[in-house]
Design a protein around this ligand. Structure first.
Ligand code: ADP
Length: 557
């Protein structure tokens, strides 16, 4: 049944025709082969084109199996996808009954054509399934009366995606089709890889787009913005992309620093941060902190900018600044008021004191003397209140004091000296149990703490009582202790007597409940502690405070 091709030539003569037959069988074979190869090439081109424009891998695979089947003139072609369970799924195919598509499973076992091929890792051709000795073939092939076929791996060194299988119900040798099928499997695996990469890139793009930061990529050479994420566009408004296309320069987004400056900085440090103000399409001012990083890709330079909106931080800072300014203003007002008290009010009050004393000296009328004494003592109270209020107000506004090396012993002596008159009047026995020096890191205002405690001890002691003043040396601090044998302080009152205007006594003793709060504030400013406890030697109290010791050699000012 060999087919022969002849070229017939007719020559007409007068009464007859001459017919010549030329056997051209072998050149025809060649032409036929060439035509077949051409057809295959056309199929490769069309599958390749489909691979470039297919959005979905599904479309490409179905197109490929249809095209391969029609090009080779076979009944069956399919792509078996290797699934994680280890089997092959007949995912795309032509020629099979519909219900097999996307459901028929072929085991990855050596008895099946697919399993055998995946182990061999090379094209496996079946010339006649019935005479096949290497494997028996899956029931699917027998059920479809398949005789010949070929299976090829769709994969590369990194990944095996699956198999391309072609089957025929006729005896057929696929050896000469291997090259064609190899080209097809190459296209398929490359497209699968490309889709996976695109998928990953899309994931990154999605993440960047959803970022709460503004992300932009700038061409390092021209300073033109190449990419912005959706956050940037949301700041630019609905026509954001159009605006960027019209003016793609970085300077159209940020004004304070130009692209050249950024590039210069990036060349020295690879990374730089700037702050800028950006006015969005709805006229809202945004404060941005932008980090720029230099990226180099094949000799091309890109700048990645990630901007964070720090508007809330900035507005809070501005509000705080304003608040601090207001506080400072009100402190200035308070200081002014304090100055008025200490200077302007104290002057007339001092005049009253002077005139009262003068009148008292010359007065002999007992009734008038009593009234003048009453004026004098009330005036004294007034002077006292003004002085302590003025000290307290100053202390409240001083954030931190400048400390010097101060010996506490002379301060103790001064304070006792200050109240010498009252001590003598009451016949008190004041014992100073220190030899000194006791050098502390302190401010001269600490003198008030000494005088307050000693004044209280004198004030709340009965005639002839003893007062002990001591300074104990502790690890880092000096502990100043004033012990008296006076009326003492009831336990419930102890926690509150250091508060402003708090008094434990309701008796006759003159006081305003401000002295101890001043002591507490002074000691707080020295980072020390204050306290009170009962005198363990009998009645009375122990008042104490601590001041930082000077451990190194003291420097006296
Ligand atoms: P005041 O001007 O009233 O003395 P302070 O703040 O100095 O104000 O003292 C608060 C209160 O603590 C006093 O009113 C008094 O009740 C009590 N107090 C202070 N020192 C002593 C002390 N040494 N003995 C007993 N009570 C004291």
């Amino acid at each position: 049944m060999d087919l022969k091709y002849f070229l017939l030539s007719f020559t007409d003569l007068a009464h007859m025709s001459i017919i010549t037959l030329q056997d051209i069988s072998s050149p025809k074979d060649l032409e036929k082969k060439l035509k077949y190869r051409e057809k295959q090439q056309a199929a490769v081109v069309s599958i390749g084109t489909q691979a470039l424009c297919a959005n979905e891998i599904d479309d490409l695979m179905q197109f490929a199996v249809d095209k391969v089947a029609s090009t080779l003139g076979v009944e069956f072609c399919s792509v078996l996808e290797k699934i994680p369970q280890g089997e092959f799924l007949l995912r795309w195919g032509t020629g099979w009954n519909d219900w097999f598509i996307a459901s028929a499973m072929v085991p990855d076992e050596p008895y099946a054509h697919a399993g055998y091929t995946s182990r061999k890792r090379e094209p496996v051709i079946i010339n006649d399934l019935l005479k096949e000795t290497r494997f028996k073939g899956h029931s699917l092939l027998h059920a479809h009366d398949i005789i010949s076929g070929i299976a090829m791996i769709i994969g590369n060194s990194k990944r095996v995606f699956g198999l391309l299988v072609v089957y025929s119900r006729n005896i057929r040798d696929f050896t000469e089709d291997t090259l064609f099928l190899q080209e097809i499997t190459n296209i398929l695996i490359e497209t699968v890889e490309m889709h996976m990469t695109i998928g990953r890139l899309q994931l990154f793009r999605e993440l960047i787009n959803r970022s709460n930061d503004l992300v932009l990529i700038i061409d390092g050479l021209t300073g033109n913005i190449k990419y912005v994420n959706e956050k940037v566009v949301s700041y630019l408004g609905p026509d954001g992309y159009a605006r960027l296309q019209e003016a793609p320069q970085l300077s159209s987004l940020i004004q304070s620093v130009c692209h050249d400056q950024i590039l210069k900085q990036l060349h020295t440090s690879n990374f730089c941060t700037i702050e800028d103000v950006f006015i969005s399409h709805d006229n809202v001012i945004h404060y941005l902190e932008i980090n720029f990083t230099l990226l180099e890709d094949n000799e091309r330079k890109y700048i990645l900018g990630i901007a964070r909106d720090i508007t809330r931080k900035r507005t809070t800072e501005i509000a705080l600044k304003n608040y601090a300014q207001k506080l400072q203003d009100s402190n200035t007002m308070k200081d002014m008021f304090t100055d008025i008290i200490s200077h302007d009010l104290l002057n007339p009050v001092s005049n009253i004191k002077g005139f009262t004393e003068l009148l008292l000296e010359n007065e002999t009328d007992k009734k008038k003397i009593r009234m003048l004494s009453c004026i004098a003592s009330n005036n004294e109270k007034l002077i006292n209140i003004m002085e302590t209020t003025s000290i307290f107000s100053r202390l409240d506004s001083v954030g931190s004091l400048e400390f010097n090396d101060i010996d506490l012993l002379p301060l103790c002596r001064n304070s006792i000296e200050m109240f010498q008159h009252q001590i003598l009047q009451k016949g008190l026995d004041v014992v100073l149990e220190i030899e000194g020096p006791c050098v502390a890191k302190a401010h001269p205002v600490i003198q008030h703490a000494f005088s307050n405690l000693i004044s209280n001890a004198v004030k709340y002691s009965s005639n002839g009582d003893r007062i002990i003043v001591d300074i104990e040396e502790k690890k880092d601090v000096w502990k100043v202790i004033v012990t008296d044998f006076g009326e003492g302080i009831p336990d419930p009152k102890k926690p509150v007597i250091f508060d402003r205007f708090s008094r434990a006594t309701s008796g006759n003793t003159i006081g305003k409940g401000l002295g101890l709060s001043i002591v507490k504030r002074i000691i707080e400013l020295h980072s020390g502690n204050v306290g009170v406890s009962d005198n363990p030697l009998g009645k009375g109290s122990i008042f104490w405070f601590t001041v930082q010791k000077v451990i190194e050699r003291p420097v006296f000012n």
